[in-house]
Design a protein around this ligand. Structure first.
Ligand code: SF4
Length: 287
């Protein structure tokens, strides 16, 4: 495959075949996100992508899972997405699911009928960065999405049979906003009822320094924030993961049934001497 770097995919897509249908992120405004800052957004010619699909179909005919890159692929025109998915179905006889990154506004720009048709064409999981349920914090970090839009999008997509994998950023609001971030994020998640939920930790770097007036969370504070959100969650059918390498301690479970166990585990981590109470802890190797 001929990729243009940088190429990102969620950890759960490690075994998927990736097609880059666009380069970069069509928004690229979020101050905490360095993923595509060096890339000028460009949608690829559909015929070029189709040729790549045909070639890969001959080389990897057993492919079952496909991930479409780069950022917010859901923003593409419905017709483009249909043609792309139809071509994937034609060239991969064993295709089971196609996943991509999506923003709330790009999901609700499609009608319920369109989303159901995309699902029929094997679109499956939409990775949606909620980041926080606090609109003030979203504005502060220049994410051009509103909480209500993201909630509406997740509810709509899931009512059409798609799965939403929602990401939350622990520590995004620093010490100043941690109480609001916890409370409003849990409330938004309870309205969304996502099928998958991942907690990642925001670790400030010089390039993402946005809180001159806010104090960053320590490693301990970030885990406490996770506890505060988890305590408020009322999710019926969600797989929860906090096992990204930015998390100091990996956690995984299902809500509602594992909520008490997860709270006990987080509480015991908070009581242990494992966490740095003065700073962010060891920097993950990928930063
Ligand atoms: S967080 Fe998502 S929408 Fe924001 S710049 Fe990064 S890829 Fe784009």
């Amino acid at each position: 495959m001929n990729y243009r770097e940088p190429l990102f995919r969620p950890p759960g897509e490690a075994d998927s075949l990736i097609f880059q249908v666009a380069y970069g992120c069509p928004h690229n405004t979020c101050s905490f996100c360095l993923m595509y800052k060096t890339v000028r957004y460009e949608l690829r010619n559909l015929n070029d992508v189709k040729k790549e699909i045909e070639k890969a179909g001959r080389s990897y005919p057993e492919t079952r899972r496909i991930f479409l890159a780069d950022g917010d692929v859901m923003t593409l025109e419905y017709e483009y997405l249909c043609e792309l998915l139809e071509h994937l179905n034609k060239n991969f006889a064993n295709l089971a699911r196609v996943n991509l990154y999506a923003n709330g506004s790009s999901i609700i720009a499609k009608s319920a009928e369109q989303l159901a048709k995309l699902k029929e064409l094997k679109l499956n999981t939409l990775y949606l960065g909620l980041e926080t349920g606090d609109d003030d914090l979203l504005k502060l970090v220049r994410k051009k999405e509103a909480v209500d839009t993201m909630v509406e999008a997740a509810v709509l997509a899931q009512s059409c049979g798609l799965r939403c994998s929602v990401m939350v950023l622990l520590g995004l609001g620093g010490k100043e906003m941690t109480a609001m971030h916890s409370e409003k994020t849990a409330a938004a998640l309870n309205r969304m009822q996502p099928r998958l939920l991942s907690f990642l930790r925001f670790i400030e770097l010089p390039q993402t320094k946005m809180f001159e007036r806010y104090e960053s969370l320590t490693e301990y504070d970030a885990v406490k924030e996770l506890y505060d959100i988890m305590e408020r969650l009322d999710l019926k059918r969600t797989v929860i993961r906090a096992n990204h390498s930015s998390n100091p301690v990996p956690l995984e479970g299902r809500l509602y049934q594992d909520k008490s166990r997860l709270l006990v585990e987080i509480a015991s981590i908070l009581k242990s001497p494992l966490l740095d109470k003065k700073g962010p802890g060891a920097t993950p190797m990928w930063l």
